[in-house]
Design a protein around this ligand. Structure first.
Ligand code: NAI
Length: 343
């Protein structure tokens, strides 16, 4: 039995509790040795502690350096700043790794196996925004500042290139908009090309593609891509696009990795439209847990979990409504747990 691993657990908002319960059930069935410290954030943090990111939650992750997190609600327009963005900043989680793999063969896009590596701390996400008042309109002009640094770009690109080499990927595409945002995304492109020439040439093919063309190419022929590495906002949008290629947001996990901590989550949000109905697809968070197991050097457990999900979907034909199935979150989870038990 592996030694116990302290980890922070943030159930989150909306469907968070439902998919966290489901994921804990499969981790228990695997005998995963996580010792959970349960904490709140997002809207639950506001309700319980008057703060969308309570100090206790930060302290817990500082101690464990490892977290599994449900989605956190962020109000649009006004209201508090995203707790997700604040967590990434607090723990300098500069790399966001978002793999998308076909789990159910025979769909509109078959045999997809892509990874989006997104810069997680810079760009237009830094939140330096303001309005300028003209006459009696306080919101007459809206402004945002984006910041990308050479050092921030390099560390993310290096992470992506190392990931490509370690996982035997053949091609990395740098996605940018340096034709228009010549400085803001030009620095990312330039740094990537320089790093490749200096350190990675010949270890994989490097390709560059402009974001708008990339979106079109991903829909026409996604198989031409392998690893996509890009700046914060483009990565956010592209990872949802790529999720759509493999059956939707219920299928794609994400890892936020930094030097001092790693936080694992689903790519999707709190899905308020289906929260509390017991119908959410827990696969994305289960796959995030699989990434967490690999991060903790427990790849055999991650492999058992992936196999159990595969057998549930493709042999037992059990799936939730977003995938065209009829099962509830709990029924799907019971099946995965059963498959783990029988393996
Ligand atoms: P969303 O990802 O929550 O939902 C988009 C659509 O996908 C909805 O129709 C939803 O029902 C569906 N969906 C998402 N996950 C699903 C699942 N597991 N099973 C079945 N269907 C699923 O995006 P939305 O509605 O734009 O955002 C809702 C809230 O989530 C916002 O407050 C947003 O800020 C937050 N959010 C949080 C994220 C995080 O914590 N990492 C990421 C994205 C959004």
């Amino acid at each position: 039995m592996p030694q116990s691993i302290p980890a922070t657990l943030i159930p989150g908002d909306g469907i968070g509790l439902e998919i966290i319960d489901a994921t804990l059930a499969v981790l228990r069935a695997l005998g995963a040795p996580f010792e959970w410290d349960v904490q709140v954030s997002g809207m639950e943090g506001v309700k319980a502690a008057g703060d969308p990111l309570p100090a206790q939650t930060i302290d817990s992750i500082r101690r464990t350096r490892l977290a599994l997190k449900g989605p956190l609600e962020t109000p649009s327009g006004g209201g508090y700043r995203s707790s997700n963005v604040r967590l990434r900043e607090e723990f300098k989680l500069y790399a966001n790794l978002r793999p998308a793999r076909t789990l159910i063969p025979g769909g509109r896009f078959d045999k997809i196996d892509l990874v989006v590596v997104r810069e997680n701390l810079e760009g237009l996400y830094i939140g330096h925004e303001h309005y300028i008042q003209i006459d009696d309109d306080p919101h007459a002009v809206a402004m945002a500042t984006g910041v990308n640094t050479r050092q921030g770009s390099r560390r993310l690109l290096e992470f992506a290139f190392e990931h490509a080499v370690a996982t035997g990927r053949k091609k990395v595409s740098i996605v940018h908009k340096a034709n228009i945002m010549k400085a803001l995304t030009g620095i990312f492109l330039e740094t990537g090309l320089e790093l490749y020439e200096r350190k990675y040439k010949g270890r994989f093919i490097l390709d560059t593609v402009i974001i708008d063309a990339c979106a079109m190419k991903l829909v026409l022929n996604p198989w031409q891509f392998d690893v996509l590495v890009t700046t914060n906002l483009f990565g956010d949008i592209l990872s949802d696009l790529v999720a759509g290629l493999v059956g939707g947001l219920g299928m794609t996990p994400g890892a936020n990795i930094g030097a001092n901590a790693a936080i694992f989550e689903a790519v999707h949000g709190s899905a308020p439209d289906i929260a509390g109905k017991g119908v959410a697809n827990p696969i994305a968070l289960m796959l995030a847990a699989a990434m967490m197991l690999e991060h903790c050097h427990l790849p055999h457990m991650a492999a058992r979990l992936r196999t159990a999900i595969d057998l549930t979907l493709n042999v037992d034909q059990v799936s939730t409504g977003d995938l065209g199935g009829q099962s509830s979150t709990a029924e799907f989870t019971r099946n995965v747990v059963g498959r783990i038990g029988n393996a």
